[in-house]
Design a protein around this ligand. Structure first.
Ligand SMILES: NC(=O)c1ccc[n+]([C@@H]2O[C@H](COP(=O)([O-])OP(=O)(O)OC[C@H]3O[C@@H](n4cnc5c(N)ncnc54)[C@H](OP(=O)(O)O)[C@@H]3O)[C@@H](O)[C@H]2O)c1
Length: 300
């Protein structure tokens, strides 16, 4: 595959996108271009060219993407369908690689993929696969990274340390893969350096594998004065509740949390990645010492 220089990021002002921009700029090899929605008040580094677009207009997007080698989407979870015209435009403009806004659990796992919250990601995946069959010069790479480690801890997802009675799902001993936002951004950069090896497939990365109980034991070491009395929660019950919420039209993150917990903490859903592409992408792993530093930041 020819070398690449021109990179466009859609949704670059979000939690993940900011770090992807930083990682691409730090690499110093690429012309970085950002797409924002018309009317967005996104804050983007001054050195980066920004174009406000209408994500529903394939014609406008095609014109904007002319000359771009790669499109990376880090758009918000609620806007995944906006990638459909973007993909169409990328193909029309001659873009060589599309990295969709996936960055998630193992949706290649049959049980996880049956959960309703991944419908949009799977639709995009199918669309990309079909597009590469019909357009040999176009290709894609999906990135799967498990739970965002630092973002998730700050949100109380892996363990809610703000609560005195945090939930331990299905016993709290099930290992799961987790990755910081900065490592996910490095994985994006890694893909750009390994275009052939990452062509038309999902790649898997993680910083480490841990369990809820391990996180709790590290937290107790860091903050011995804090008292946590965890409560047992069944992810099967949570999934049932999330399905009830969905049936009632409640589709916010909290209402659907049961699906996310199921895909990460339940047995057989692929929460722990058994095979990762860290080495191929030039990524290392994090240790317990690194985890303690991240946890310290969250607990303070
Ligand atoms: N694995 C995990 O634990 C985990 C956790 C959270 C998220 N994720 C995934 O990571 C990806 C990025 O999530 P994020 O939290 O970084 O996203 P985010 O911060 O919620 O949003 C990213 C950007 O999307 C753009 N956007 C918002 N609404 C849009 C719309 N209707 N149409 C087009 N663009 C829109 C905005 O950029 P502009 O204002 O510049 O247009 C926004 O800054 C998603 O795929 C998400 O599912 C994974």
């Amino acid at each position: 595959m020819p070398s690449i220089r021109n990179i466009t990021i859609a949704g670059a002002s979000g939690n993940l996108g900011k770090l992807v921009i930083d990682a691409l700029i730090a690499r110093g090899e690429y012309n970085v271009h950002v797409l924002t929605r018309n009317g967005s008040d996104a804050s983007i580094p001054h050195s980066v060219q920004v174009t406000a677009v209408d994500y529903t207009s394939v014609a406008e997007l095609t014109t904007t993407l002319k000359g771009q080698d790669v499109v990376i989407s880090t758009c918000s979870p609620g806007a995944l369908e906006s990638q459909i015209p973007l993909i169409e435009a990328a193909i029309a403009a001659g873009v060589k690689r599309f990295i969709p806004s996936e960055f998630t659990a193992d949706i290649g796992n049959l049980k996880a993929s049956a959960l309703p919250q991944y419908t949009a990601q799977l639709r995009i995946q199918e669309l990309l696969q079909n597009a590469t069959n019909e357009n040999p010069d176009f290709s894609y790479t999906s990135i799967r990274n498990g739970v965002f480690l630092d973002w998730g801890l700050a949100m109380g997802f892996q363990v809610d340390f703000k609560s005195e009675r945090p939930a331990l799902y299905d016993g709290g001993d099930r290992p799961f893969s987790t990755t910081t936002l900065a490592t996910v951004a490095q994985a994006v950069v890694g893909v750009l350096g390994r275009l052939d090896e990452t062509k038309n497939r999902a790649i898997y990365v993680h910083d480490l594998v841990t369990t809820q109980r391990h996180l709790l034991s590290l937290a107790r070491k860091i903050a011995p004065e804090r008292r946590w009395e965890p409560v047992s929660v069944s992810t099967e019950d949570m999934e049932r509740k999330a399905r009830e919420n969905l049936a009632q039209g409640k589709a916010d993150l909290i209402s659907l949390m049961g699906f996310y917990c199921r895909s990460v903490f339940a047995e057989g859903y692929g929460g722990e990645f058994k095979r990762v592409d860290n080495k191929m992408l030039g990524l290392g792993y994090k240790s317990d010492a690194d985890l303690e530093i991240i946890l310290r930041g969250v607990l303070e």
